[in-house]
Design a binder for this molecule. Structure first.
Ligand SMILES: CC(C)(COP(=O)(O)OP(=O)(O)OC[C@H]1O[C@@H](n2cnc3c(N)ncnc32)[C@H](O)[C@@H]1OP(=O)(O)O)[C@@H](O)C(=O)NCCC(=O)NCCS
Length: 217
């Protein structure tokens, strides 16, 4: 059990088992799931895990854009996901670079619950990446994103050998803060006017987690 002490909130890993418990289905190759992976690679987690991670692809474009459209109110202040076919294509192109990874979080009923990206992965001395994520209505608030993040983070540390993951979160984005805090991220400080979200330069808190502090698997 990991405890987000300052939030008084705990995150029970037995409910969200991680990468060590992976089973892989339909994979042309098992690991790493990089941007050059051909086709769909699905990662299933046994025990009680309810999510499947999937490599983003064109065949999900319509489903993705419908999910973005119905989640507009959820995302409005916090995230700007691709909302047109051109933007979705651009997103997939970005994932062809080794510096960006993307995962669709799907429910066990095969519905799109959200997206998790690791952006700007830097190799060399810092070995770090930046997390971006958003849920889709009506699957938000049901623990799918926590499970998805648990799986993606485990993979980043254990398989991709990233050393540090950072999430930059607007101070009033309580749901996002609680999510990462529950996974063991620590608040390192505030970066004024750090990212342009929905057309405005916004302050962000830097929340970070290093591989040696990850104990969910
Ligand atoms: C931030 C965001 C991704 C969180 O997604 P979410 O779907 O609420 O995340 P989860 O449900 O996995 O979060 C865990 C919550 O679900 C609860 N939960 C966990 N397992 C659960 C289950 N089996 N059933 C019901 N609830 C569960 C957790 O207790 C936690 O609740 P809490 O916030 O009250 O502590 C979502 O609110 C969102 O898309 N926001 C807009 C975009 C955004 O802010 N992106 C991040 C920018 S930094």
């Amino acid at each position: 059990m990991i405890t987000g002490a300052s939030a008084g909130r705990s995150f029970d890993c037995s409910r969200t088992p991680c990468v060590r418990n992976y089973l892989c289905f339909g994979a042309r190759r098992a690991f790493p799931l990089g941007p050059t992976a051909v086709g769909m690679i699905r990662i299933c987690l046994r025990k009680r895990m309810r999510i499947v991670l999937e490599s983003p692809s064109h065949r999900r474009q319509d489903e993705f854009l419908r999910a973005v459209a119905r989640s507009r109110n959820l995302h409005r202040r916090w995230a700007s996901p691709p909302s047109t076919p051109a933007a979705f294509t651009e997103y997939l192109s970005r994932l062809k670079s080794a510096a960006h990874l993307g995962y669709f979080v799907r429910t066990d009923a095969d519905e799109l619950a959200g997206v998790i990206n690791i952006n700007d992965i830097v190799r060399g001395k810092s070995l770090s990446g930046y997390l971006g994520y958003y849920a889709f209505v009506p699957h938000d608030g049901r623990g799918y994103m926590a499970e998805g993040l648990c799986a993606v983070i485990s993979r980043a540390f254990r398989v991709l050998k990233v050393h540090r993951l950072e999430a930059n979160i607007q101070p009033h984005n309580t749901r996002s803060r609680r999510l990462v805090q529950g996974l063991g991220f620590r608040r390192e400080g505030v970066s004024p006017r750090y990212l342009k979200i929905a057309g405005r330069w916004c302050d962000h808190e830097r929340w970070a987690l290093a591989a040696e502090n990850w104990s969910h698997d």
